[in-house]
Design a protein around this ligand. Structure first.
Ligand SMILES: NC(=O)c1ccc[n+]([C@@H]2O[C@H](COP(=O)([O-])OP(=O)(O)OC[C@H]3O[C@@H](n4cnc5c(N)ncnc54)[C@H](OP(=O)(O)O)[C@@H]3O)[C@@H](O)[C@H]2O)c1
Length: 256
């Protein structure tokens, strides 16, 4: 089986390392390549899906929205989120799905995080934010979103404020979804605004971030990364993976 990641400037990706662990667990050989391409090349990869040269594509920045136009059908999740990170062929049709939402739910479950009845604040309003927002809404939670004053993105919700707004005091749980690693200066600004979260979830997956040090409880995005990959694999193959604690620990081991 041949899978790959479609994106631009993706040499940093940890996905090959994750997928390399799957054959050791499932016994099914696979190859996972990085497809670092310009947008005009996307159609070639769709053709390779159709003719069976590739069995599954993960998609990352900056193509998660662009690839929608190349799919014959979108899953309900991908439709609602408005972005696709997993593409595969089923019955001759190119299906676009989104497993970031699954990954975020699995992150919450794996750390036994309950978000109900708390003031949830999201930092950022980009693609990852849309998946997190979808999961929160599914759980009946309406978060506040904080964004830069300069942000030009279409709002996800009417509850969007800038980091300078005093409502930031109300954050009990921060879910950090931006591509920015908040540094000590930003953190001091947040402290000066009396922002004192009890928990920080930072989607950055490769370390404990400075923002995470603001709260007693904190989690990075490694579990989301692992589970979104597992779910993509399941969609590619049509088979359920036995998600054992040993598998998760092994993958964590190769990523850290
Ligand atoms: N753990 C996982 O499995 C997982 C899954 C998906 C994504 N992620 C991570 O999530 C992050 C965002 O990915 P994405 O796909 O959502 O990217 P994206 O669509 O490009 O969105 C980027 C977001 O970051 C904000 N941002 C960029 N620079 C900033 C800065 N200097 N200060 C404050 N905000 C800034 C952008 O705001 P503006 O509108 O102001 O530019 C936007 O809200 C990445 O680090 C990615 O690796 C992790």
């Amino acid at each position: 089986m041949m899978f790959g990641l479609l994106g631009k400037n993706i040499a940093y990706s940890q996905s090959p390392k994750i997928f390399k662990q799957f054959p050791l667990h499932t016994g099914q050989a696979l190859n996972y390549q990085l497809f670092d391409v310009d947008s005009h090349e996307i159609s070639n990869y769709m053709e390779m899906l159709r003719n069976g040269e590739i069995q599954g594509l993960q998609v990352t920045k900056p193509y998660k929205e662009l690839v929608i136009d190349y799919c014959d059908t979108l899953s309900l999740t991908a439709q609602k989120i408005g972005s696709v990170n997993t593409i595969y062929l089923r019955n001759g049709k190119i299906i676009g799905d989104n497993t970031d939402a699954y990954g975020f739910e699995a992150l919450l479950a794996s750390h036994q995080i309950t978000l109900k009845n708390k003031n949830i604040c999201m930092f950022g309003n980009g693609g990852a934010a849309k998946s997190v927002y979808y999961v929160l809404k599914k759980h009946g939670i309406e978060p506040i979103i904080f964004k830069r004053a300069s942000s030009k993105r279409t709002p996800i919700t009417k509850n969007e404020y800038t980091y300078e707004d005093s409502i930031i005091q109300s954050c009990e749980i921060i879910i950090q979804t931006t591509s920015h690693d908040f540094d000590q200066n930003h953190i001091q600004q947040l402290r000066d605004m009396s922002c004192q979260p009890k928990m920080v979830i930072d989607l950055i997956y490769y370390k404990k971030t400075a923002l995470m040090s603001m709260a007693e409880l904190s989690y990075n995005g490694i579990m989301m990364l692992i589970y979104q990959a597992i779910r993509s694999y399941e969609l590619f193959t049509g088979e359920t993976m036995d998600q054992t604690p040993e598998l998760i620990e092994t993958i964590k081991g190769v990523l850290t």
